[in-house]
Design a protein around this ligand. Sequence first.
Ligand SMILES: [Zn+2]
Length: 83
Amino acid sequence: MSTVGEQTPITLADLPILSSFPSWRGFALHSLVIVAVYRCVVCDRPRESTMVATRGECGELICPKCFAHLVRTENRGLPHQLD
Ligand SMILES: [Zn+2]
C-alpha cells in the first residue's frame, strides 16, 4: 500500500473528481472517487474524506468541516441553521 508523504501538498489537480457542486462565494465543493488524504489549508490538519472544498482557482483544499463552518459563519444572522 503506497501512502502519500505527509509533507506533500495535494491540490485539487491531483485528485480524481467524481462530481463538483456549484461554487458558493468563491468556494466549490467536490465529491471524489477515492478517499483523499490531504491537509486542510484552513485548520491545517490532515484529513481523510471523499469530499473536499476549494477556494478560488488555486485549488487549495479545505475540509468539509471547515467549509461547513465558513458557510455557517457567512450566513449568521439568518433565522435558519444549515446542517
Ligand atoms: Zn479544515
